[in-house]
Ligand binder design. Structure first.
Ligand code: IPM
Ligand code: MG
Length: 367
């Protein structure tokens, strides 16, 4: 198969982790006989610096004419004082919208080798396997009006949370469909005791659930869900929620399973899927070669599975990551006590090696 991808390294550790993810992609393509056509483009602060636009037209065009997009991260403190449309994050938000990527899937899985990397007790976190389904094109991120206006000292800032029934329904269906392939539980997270958006959300989600009699639906307020997530992470299966709540809960889920650096994501539903690690640009460690590339590497697995239906290739990457962790390799975010951390590229190298080994094994078996 020909895999035509746009690669957007972006800012901060984005470039370092994407580089390793691409090496892993190349190893898998080689092992399974696929051809890669990769085009690298600018996004975020890197694009503002080069073209005064966090999402240049050339980048959008490349993304729209490829089959999937792999992104590193956007964001840098250098742009903190820039107007909103020139901030790196604006590029990512516009890209999500241009691609029509309304469904953001964020798995948070506790790898057996990492039960002791979680700040939670091993018996609490063991077996955690959560899929956060975050609505990605609505809510406070995109609602109008939005502004900061008025005289200095008495300025007023406004953001708008808005959701219409079709956008709630389409994300709810994604969550229910995915739950059917998992443990058949959907927890819808809202703030229906306070927000109109959440009341409509709960009503529409409940109505949709009637079409999925095999799936058990429950509801929780976001404050209570946040607490429960650290108390009983193992009870969660699919978590369905709106944009901002999903942003917050997914970072929390990263902390629960040991490191945000492990989390991958897929933003799908539109014409072209967008895949990115959840961690962001981490300017404090950028350029040091110590970032965890596994979130980006696991995003490649999601890309192969969701954009190309290449389930075996995706599983091959996931197994390689699992094996690398079982062998004891840890980046700085995962290392504990006297464990000696490995670099970003050493971690990537180990995953590539594990893929090559499994490919060689398969080739031998087929003789
Ligand atoms: C994420 C990030 C983004 C978001 C930022 C960088 C705009 O935090 O993907 O979780 O808030 O969606
Ligand atoms: Mg976030």
């Amino acid at each position: 198969m020909l895999l035509k991808l746009t690669i957007l390294p972006g800012d901060g550790i984005g470039a370092e982790v994407t580089e390793q993810a691409v090496l892993v992609l190349q190893a898998v393509a080689e092992a399974f006989g696929h051809q890669l056509q990769l085009e690298r483009k600018l996004i975020g602060g890197a694009a503002v610096a080069a073209a005064n636009d966090p999402l240049p037209a050339e980048t959008i065009q490349a993304c729209l004419s490829s089959s999937a997009v792999l992104l590193g991260a956007v964001g840098s403190p250098a742009f903190d004082d820039y107007p909103r449309h020139l901030r790196p994050e604006a590029g990512l938000l516009r890209l999500r919208r241009e691609l029509g990527a309304y469904a953001n899937l964020r798995p948070a899985v506790c790898f057996p080798a990492l039960v002791d990397s979680s700040p939670l007790r091993a018996e609490v976190v063991r077996g955690t396997d959560i899929l956060i389904v975050r609505e990605l094109l609505g809510g406070l991120y995109f609602g109008e009006p939005r502004s900061i206006a008025g005289e200095a000292g008495s300025r007023v800032a406004v953001n708008t949370m808005a959701y219409d029934e079709p956008s709630i329904e389409r994300i709810a269906r994604v969550a229910f469909d995915l739950a059917m392939k998992r443990r058949r539980k959907v927890l819808s997270v809202d703030k229906a005791n306070v927000l109109e958006c959440s009341r409509l959300w709960r009503e529409v989600v409940t109505r949709c659930s009637k079409d999925y009699s095999g799936v058990q639906l429950s509801h929780m307020y976001v404050d209570s869900a946040a607490m429960s997530l650290v108390q009983h992470p193992g009870d969660f299966d699919v978590v369905l929620t709106e944009n901002m709540f999903g942003d917050i809960l997914s970072d929390q889920a990263g902390g629960v399973v040991g490191s945000l650096g492990l989390l991958a994501s897929a933003s799908v539903g539109g014409r072209v899927g967008l895949y990115e690690p959840v961690h962001g640009s981490a300017p404090d460690i950028a350029g040091k070669g110590i970032a965890n590339p596994l979130g980006a590497i696991l995003s490649v697995a999601m890309l192969l599975r969701h954009s190309f239906q290449l389930g075996n290739e995706a599983a091959c990457i996931e197994n390689a990551v699992n094996e690398t962790l079982n062998q004891g390799f840890r980046t700085a975010d995962l290392a504990r006590g006297d464990e000696k951390p490995v670099s970003t590229s050493a971690m990537g190298y180990q995953v590539v090696e594990a893929i090559v080994r499994s490919g060689a094994l398969k080739a031998r078996e087929s003789i």
